[in-house]
Write a protein that binds this ligand. Structure first.
Ligand SMILES: *Cc1c(COP(=O)(O)O)cnc(C)c1O
Length: 452
C-alpha cells in the first residue's frame, strides 16, 4: 500500500519539527564523528547558508537571460574559482549541481570535441585507477572506452604508462588533485606535457582539492603543481560544496577557453517548446545553491579559507603521525591534501574489523579495497577530535587483534567478502541486486539498511 498524502495540509511548525526528528538516527556530523559526505562548520554557518539559499530558493538558472541575478552569481563563482586556479583570462565555465555533474560534463565535452575535430566515433579516455568513480560512470553513460592507468607499488599513478595508452581515439586524459582513495596528487606536469605534445585535452579533477589545495599552498605547504599554471591542463572541476563549505548542490567546471567549453553546450533549434540552449546537464538549475555558494565564498574570503586549510592540515598531520605510530597500522600514502587512508601493516590484523570497532565507538568511516583500508576526508572541525579518534583507533586495533573471529562478523565480513571475491562480475551482480532491493517499496525503509 502506498503512503497517502495528508488529506489536508499541515501546520508548518509541526512539519519542521518532524523533519528535524527524522535526522535523529543519522550520522553525527555535528560532533565531527563523520569522515566523509559532510563538510560542517557550526550552526551559525549552517543558518547563514540557509538564509543565503533562501534568497534565491525559487529562482531558476535554466535560462541565463531570465534571471540575470543568477547569471551574475554564477559568473562571480566561476571568476573567483578561476582566480584561485590561476586560470588565464580566457577561462570560462559553469556552476553545476555537484562534482559528479562536473565530471560527467567533461567526459561529454571531450567526447563531442574529439568527434567534431577529428571524427572520432569510438572515443576513449585515459584515467588513473584511482580516478573518482564518477569518471567511470561518465564513460558508461556517454559510451567511452576507458583505458586505465595502473598504479605503482606505492599506490601512485604510474604516469610512465600514459604515452603508451594514447591512440587516435583518445578523447581526454584525466589526473586528480588529489585522488579520492589515497589522497595523493597525480603527477600533473608530467602527464600534461604528454597530453599537450600529443594534442589530447587534459582534465584535472580537483572536486575535492579545488577549495583547499590553493589555501594550503598559500599557507606555505609543499603542494606539487596541478592547476592552470601547468600548460596542457585544459579544464578543472572544483566543488564548492566540499571544502568551500557551501550548501550541497554547487560545483564548478572551468575550461581554459571557450573553444573547449562550447562542446559542452546543447542547442535545439526545432523544439515546439521554443529554441532551447543549455550549458550543462540540468534543466532547471537551483538558484538557492548558487546563492549559498556565492555567500560562502564571500563569508570566508581568502583569510577564512586559509584558516580552515591550516586547521585541516594540522589535523591531517597529527592523524597521519598518530596512525603510523599505532602498531599494526600504516598510512597507505603520504597525504597531499585533506584525505587520509590507512590499512593494516601485517596480515594478522583485519582493517575492516578495526573499522567495525570504530563504528561501535560512534565513528562513521569509509572503506577502501585493493588494498583494504579505512578512509577519512579531514576537515578543520576534525582538529577537535584528533586525540579521541586516535585513542579509539588504538583500542579498536587491540580488540580486532585479540578477537580475530570478529573479522567474520558484521560489516567486516561483508566488506571482506566484497573486496576479496575473485569473480568481480559476480560481486557486481550481487551488489546490484542488494542495492536495487533498497528501492523496493516497503513498510519500514529503515529495515533494510546495509553497509553500502
Ligand atoms: C567528491 C568527488 C567527486 C564527485 O563529487 P560529488 O559532489 O560527490 O558528485 C569527484 N571527484 C573527486 C576527486 C571527488 O572527491
Amino acid at each position: 500500500m502506498h503512503k497517502p498524502l495528508p488529506e489536508s495540509g499541515r501546520d508548518p511548525e509541526d512539519i519542521l519539527a518532524e523533519l528535524r526528528s527524522f535526522g535523529a538516527q543519522d550520522p553525527d556530523y555535528k560532533h565531527s564523528r563523520v569522515w566523509s559526505l559532510v563538510y560542517y562548520l557550526d550552526q551559525a554557518h549552517e543558518d547563514f547558508l540557509g538564509k543565503a539559499y533562501q534568497t534565491y530558493a525559487s529562482a531558476n538558472g535554466l535560462n541565463p537571460l531570465a534571471f540575470k541575478s543568477l547569471k551574475k552569481l554564477e559568473d562571480d563563482i566561476i571568476s573567483f574559482t578561476a582566480g584561485l586556479l590561476h586560470a588565464p583570462d580566457t577561462a570560462c565555465g559553469v556552476v553545476t549541481s555537484g562534482g559528479t555533474e562536473s565530471c560527467l560534463l567533461a567526459v561529454k565535452t571531450y567526447r563531442d570535441r574529439a568527434k567534431a575535430l577529428r571524427g572520432v566515433s569510438a572515443p576513449e579516455m585515459i584515467i588513473p585507477t584511482t580516478a573518482h568513480v564518477a569518471w567511470e560512470k561518465g564513460a558508461e553513460y556517454f559510451g567511452l572506452k576507458i583505458r586505465w592507468l595502473p598504479l605503482t607499488d606505492d599506490l601512485r599513478t604510474d604516469a610512465s604508462q600514459l604515452e603508451g595508452l594514447i591512440n587516435d581515439d583518445t578523447a581526454m586524459i584525466l589526473g586528480s588533485a588529489p585522488e579520492y582513495p589515497h589522497g595523493t596528487i597525480d603527477p600533473i606536469p608530467f602527464m600534461a606535457e604528454i597530453a599537450a605534445r600529443r594534442g589530447v585535452p587534459m582534465h584535472v579533477d580537483a572536486c575535492v582539492g579545488g577549495f583547499i589545495l590553493p589555501f594550503m599552498e598559500m599557507n606555505g605547504r609543499d603542494i606539487p603543481p596541478w592547476d592552470y599554471r601547468v600548460p596542457g591542463v585544459t579544464s578543472i572541476s572544483a566543488d564548492v560544496h566540499k571544502y568551500g563549505f557551501a550548501s550541497k548542490g554547487a560545483s564548478t567546471i572551468i575550461y581554459r577557453d571557450l573553444s573547449y567549453f562550447k562542446h559542452q553546450m546543447f542547442v535545439s533549434q526545432n523544439w515546439p517548446g521554443g529554441v532551447f540552449a543549455s550549458p550543462a546537464l540540468l534543466g532547471t538549475r537551483p538558484g538557492g545553491a548558487y546563492a549559498a555558494a556565492w555567500g560562502a565564498l564571500q563569508y570566508f574570503g581568502i583569510a577564512g579559507y586559509r584558516d580552515l586549510a591550516a586547521r585541516t592540515a594540522e589535523a591531517v598531520d597529527r592523524l597521519s603521525a598518530g596512525i603510523a605510530a599505532i602498531p599494526g597500522l600504516r598510512m597507505l600514502a603520504k597525504p597531499q591534501g585533506p584525505l587520509i587512508a590507512y590499512g593494516a601493516a601485517d596480515a594478522a590484523l583485519n582493517i575492516f574489523s578495526v573499522g567495525d570497532r570504530m563504528e561501535e565507538r560512534g565513528w562513521s568511516l569509509n572503506r577502501l579495497q585493493f588494498p583494504d583500508g579505512l578512509h577519512g576526508m579531514v576537515t578543520a572541525r576534525h582538529l577537535d577530535v584528533v586525540d579521541t579518534y586516535l585513542g579509539d583507533l588504538a583500542s579498536s586495533v587491540e580488540i580486532a587483534r585479540a578477537h580475530p573471529e570478529l573479522a567474520e562478523q558484521g560489516a567486516a565480513a561483508v566488506y571482506g567478502m566484497i573486496a576479496h571475491a575473485p569473480f568481480r562480475d559476480m560481486v557486481r551482480s550481487q551488489v546490484l541486486d542488494t542495492f536495487a532491493n533498497y528501492y523496493v517499496p516497503q513498510d519500514d525503509p529503515s529495515g533494510k539498511a546495509g553497509p553500502f
